[in-house]
Design a protein around this ligand. Structure first.
Ligand code: ATP
Ligand code: MG
Length: 250
């Protein structure tokens, strides 16, 4: 479904991503880990069209999206969450989801007539579904800016889902969460698989990555140093060395 080939991004002399080959199959939940500054967020930003690539290619299904801008990636079915939460703080929870729902891929495909003929009702039901999924129904009329940190994280995930993506890129969704919240997030991510979503999870919280992913790629200085099952990654010597001194428990 997603294939990165020889992907590189250089910022001046910094090789943030350096010759990355990485593929994700439809329906997989894949982890992308690595120490701070190893190129994980840059990879997400390249896939979403935020930065132009320095070299290499990105394919999504039959599409070459190497040069596709963010709105095109979204309309093709790629949504993401941000490492630093970015919500419309002056809009309510419901409005944040409604806006995202309006960029949904299927709405675009349905066209004007389809939207006119009952599309709004369907869109409203879809927003309700993601409010429930994120346990935010009681907060529907609250301004996003007034939510607790954990609630904002949940709303970000719900907003990405409201765009009805096929591929979801999550950049550190568990950052700042307590262990109960991490457990709930793990359940949500697992349930996405049942909904036919494909997920790339960028995360430092190892308990989450090891618990929900089927396969993990490890970056260090922009290069992939290992790829395998969670058990293989936990036993990998190069991975242990990359994380040495970072305080992280693999
Ligand atoms: N816009 C930018 N301009 C210049 N350098 C950048 C930019 N974005 C990232 N970098 C550099 O690229 C490298 C990779 O950064 P990136 O944010 O992708 O790392 P990361 O793996 O997501 O790290 P973290 O775990 O801390 O979020 C770092 O050295 C970073 O300083
Ligand atoms: Mg990052």
């Amino acid at each position: 479904m997603l294939e990165l080939k020889g992907l590189s991004k250089h910022f001046g002399g910094v090789r943030a991503v350096d010759g990355l080959d990485f593929a994700v199959k439809k329906g997989e939940i894949v982890g992308l880990i690595g120490p701070n500054g190893s190129g994980k967020s840059t990879t997400v930003n390249l896939i979403c069209g935020v930065f132009p690539v320095t070299s290499g290619t990105i394919a999504f299904g039959a599409h070459d999206i190497t040069k596709a801008p963010p709105h095109q990636c979204l309309s093709l079915g790629i949504a993401r969450t941000f490492q630093n939460i970015r919500l419309f703080n002056e809009l309510t929870v419901w409005q944040n989801l409604w806006v995202a729902q309006n960029s949904a891929k299927h709405r675009k495909e349905r066209g004007f007539l389809g939207r006119w003929a009952g599309g709004r009702g369907q869109a409203r039901r879809s927003v309700e579904r993601y409010l429930e999924f994120s346990a935010l129904a009681a907060k529907r009329d609250e301004l996003a800016g007034n939510l607790s940190f954990g609630e904002q994280r949940r709303l970000e995930l719900a907003r990405a889902l409201a765009a009805e993506p096929d591929l979801l890129l999550l950049d550190e969704p568990a950052a700042g969460m307590n262990s109960e919240e991490v457990g709930q997030l793990a359940d949500r991510i697992r349930s996405l698989k049942g909904q036919g979503k494909t997920v790339v999870l960028v995360e430092h919280v190892m308990e989450l990555v090891m618990g929900v992913t089927e396969r993990i790629a490890v970056l260090n200085f922009g290069r992939k140093i290992a790829e395998g099952t969670p058990a293989e990654i936990q036993a990998n010597q190069a991975v242990r060395e990359a994380y040495l001194g970072t305080g992280a428990k693999i």
